[in-house]
Structures are given as C-alpha cells and as structure tokens.
Design a protein around this ligand. Structure first.
Ligand code: SF4
Ligand code: SF4
Length: 435
C-alpha cells in the first residue's frame, strides 16, 4: 500500500545510493520515517512565526525553543532514535513550543501596531497607481506605507495581509485603501489583472506569469527566479516601478469584509456570550479556517459554514476564511456570528479566547462547546494542529485531504488518542459536532 512507503536518503546506506523506500537499511520503519517528516514540518511552521517575530524586533534569546529544536533535529539523525512513540511526544512538544512562539509573535505585533479592532475593508480599487502587498509580513507593510506616504500610490493588501487593516498603527495610513482577491492561489490571475507593482513578503507565493514578472518584487526569505529581490527595507525600486505603471479607474468591489476581532473585543462580549450559552441560545462555537488550497474539495468549508444553525458562532483565521467570509451570518443578540481573528498565527487568539471563556464560565476546555474545523495546506497548519493537540482540545476536525505524511498507524493515533476526525459531508459533520 502506498501509505506504507517511505523515502529517506539521509545516509550513505540508502538503497542503491538512491533512497530507502519500503524500510530503512538501518531499521527505520515507514511509520518512523513519516513521524520524522511530520516533526520537520511542524518545526518549519513554528520557524515561520519565529522568523516574523524576529523581523519585527523580538530580540530576546529563547533557550527553551533552541534546546527543543536542537534535540528534535538531533533525534532524527541516522541511528539515534528508533522509537515511534517518542516522535509522537516530540510532535506534541513541537505544538507546545509553537504555542509559545505564536504568543510572542502576537505580543510583538500588538506592542508594535496596537491591538486589532474590527475594521471594514473594501475590495475595489481607487483611481490611481498602486502596489499590492501579499504574504504575512506586517513589518514590510509598515515600512512600505511609510515610504509611499504622500506619493499618491495606493496600497492594497492580498490574501493573508488582509488582517493588517485592523491594526491601529497600520490602518492610520490613509493610502492603505483595501484588499484585492482572496487566498494566495488566486495571485497569478489577480496580479496579471491590475497594472500595479507587487511586493511578496512571505509564503505563499507562486512562480510569476510573464505578464507581471517585471513588476513583482520579493523581500525577506522569499525568492523567485528572474525577479528583483530587496534585502533590507528600502522599497524605492517597488515605488519607482509603481510610478511608471498606468493609473486605474475607480471600481467598487463585490464584497466588503470585516476583520480584526481581537481577544479584547471578544472578551468585552463575554457576559453576553455567557448568558447566551447558559440560556441555550448559543449552542456551539466553531473555529473554522486555516490554510486554503486550490482544490474543489475546499468548497466543503463554504457549505459547512452556510449550513450551520443560527445558534452557532464561527471564529475564523488564515486564508481558509476566504471560502466563506463574504457570507452574512448576522448576529446572535448583538454578538456577530462570523468573527475574523486574523492570520493563521492568530490561532493563538482563538486559543486564548477559548481559555478565557472556560475560566469565566468555570468549565474545562473539554466542557466548552468549542470545535476547531481546520483546513490544512502547509507547514503552518501542521504546527497549529499539534498546538491544539498539545492543549488537549478534545475534538478537532481536519481536511480537505488527509495529511500525506500519515499512514494508517499514524492516523489511528491521531484519531484514537488525540480526538482528530477527518471532515466528510458538511451536513453529517454538523450533526456529529452539534449532537
Ligand atoms: S537513515 Fe536509514 S532509512 Fe535513511 S537512508 Fe540511511 S539507512 Fe536508509
Ligand atoms: S493561511 Fe496558510 S495557505 Fe494561507 S497564506 Fe497563510 S500560510 Fe499560506
């Protein structure tokens, strides 16, 4: 069976000098190899968040994270650790470490830009020249906003940069005028459509079409072949390019999005939420979102959210939210039913909210009517999954495709030990979740 296969070529014993694909010459089993791959992915996800925190100025040493990362990577050396159980433990530990990293990234963002506040974001274009900024790099956006102030260039966010509109120290710039497009995978069509310069700040970026290859720029860790890269924070080449391109006419967008529900905003409604839960008028809180991927299977999430009964709330984050964030879910007695918490790393905000509600309601996390239903695409989502597992969240739904690194043995552990289910039919899943 395909899922019993593995691939490892990390030492000279690799079969035929190519790779071990059914079992390791060293004795490594497919399950062990896959658990090691999973651990690498989880650490990669956490590293993205730590990188962003460092970029924004978080300079303190993190000995606990350093110790964990070196121990985890060393455990994966050839002939060190043959115990699959210990790699499950390491994955859970990676989730715990990721919680710390997501928290310090959030603190760094709030210290720098203030706590997000609910903000309406238009999706059309203003008359004039423009720059589209994509990715997660708020620091890059801040520097770009400073350098373009007074130039007449309009700045548009794309994909995971949408939540930037809600941070007071970023939204104060009047030329941050809106958000274009949806999740990361619409970028080739979107960047071709508008005659704007484009600045890519992080994952998830795609190899460009020739239509915009000469007007897209990368910065930070991002590199694209044949595309100008900017080290540091001087975005003059992007600004010059934007100035050389034609103006667009004003055009309104099809949707108006609301983002920026911070922990404080939600907790300011905690009395109402408590009353609603106790009176049975709020049955369940769902965390629906994560990483979007370009597959028709992702339509599940729109259908799922559309079918949820009116006594449920949806917290959302990541670019998975674009599957349904144009829906008007209304309110439950003043509490909005669709609450956009921000980027995927804002999973920490959802976790903080759940923990604070438990404390306020005097119940355990297992008793809270709360279920994450997460779409996963890349490594960020893997580390967030292990963070939720590390917290002991009792029910987690995951899709639209099974984790490719997992075989039957690993899936069984995720299901039986960690309460992970895989999404199936939206109606049936809603019934399973709500009982
Ligand atoms: S570490 Fe083991 S599984 Fe990997 S290449 Fe070497 S012998 Fe094969
Ligand atoms: S939420 Fe995930 S898939 Fe979407 S842009 Fe962020 S990292 Fe990429």
């Amino acid at each position: 069976m395909e899922k019993d296969k593995m691939f490892c070529y990390q030492c000279s014993q690799a079969v035929k000098g190519v790779g071990c694909v059914t079992a390791g010459v060293c004795g490594k089993s497919p399950t062990l190899a896959r658990l090691q791959d999973n651990l690498i992915h989880s650490i990669q996800g956490m590293s993205g968040y730590l990188y962003r925190a460092r970029r924004i100025g978080f300079a303190q040493p993190l000995p606990e994270i350093d110790e964990f990362v070196s121990r985890a990577f060393y455990s994966m050396f050839t002939n060190v650790n043959f115990d699959p159980e210990s790699f499950i433990d390491l994955a859970v530990e990676s989730g715990r470490m990721n919680l710390k990293v997501m928290k310090l990234l959030k603190v760094a963002y709030i210290e720098q830009y203030g706590e997000p506040e609910p903000t309406i974001v238009p999706s059309g274009v203003k008359k004039g020249k423009g720059i589209i900024i994509t990715g997660h790099g708020l620091k890059v956006l801040e520097e770009l906003l400073k350098q373009t102030e007074g130039t007449g260039i309009n700045i548009y966010t794309h994909s995971e940069m949408l939540p930037a509109h809600a941070y007071p120290e970023l939204k104060k710039y009047k030329h941050l005028v809106g958000n274009l497009g949806k999740a990361w995978h619409d970028q080739r069509r979107l960047f071709s459509k508008y005659p704007f310069a484009v600045l890519a700040t992080s994952n998830c970026v795609l190899l460009p079409r020739k239509e915009y290859q000469d007007r897209i720029f990368t910065t930070g860790p991002v590199r694209l072949p044949g595309v100008k890269h900017i080290s540091g924070y001087d975005y003059s080449p992007v600004i010059e390019k934007a100035m050389s391109l034609p103006e667009v006419d004003e055009a309104s967008g099809e949707t108006v999005l609301t983002t920026g529900f911070s922990r404080s905003v939600i907790l300011s409604m905690k009395n109402s939420i408590k009353e609603l839960i106790e009176a049975g008028r709020l049955r369940h809180i769902l965390l629906v979102g994560g990483c979007d991927s370009p597959t028709t299977k992702m339509q599940y999430y729109r259908e799922f959210v559309s079918l949820l009964p009116e006594d449920t709330l949806v917290l959302t984050l990541g670019c998975g939210k674009y599957r349904f964030n144009d829906l008007d879910l209304g309110h439950i007695e003043g509490v909005p039913r669709l609450i956009d918490l921000g980027q995927c790393n804002d999973a920490i905000v959802a976790i903080d909210i759940a923990a604070s509600l438990c404390e306020f309601l005097g119940i355990s996390v297992a008793e809270l009517p709360f279920t994450p239903v997460l779409c996963w695409m890349n490594q960020d989502a893997v580390s967030i999954l292990w963070s939720l597992i590390a917290l002991g969240i009792p029910r987690i739904y995951l899709g639209p495709v099974l984790p490719a690194w997992a075989n039957e043995e690993i899936l069984e552990v995720l299901k039986s030990r960690h309460g992970v289910s895989f999404i199936s039919d939206p109606k049936e899943d809603i019934q399973r979740i709500l009982g």
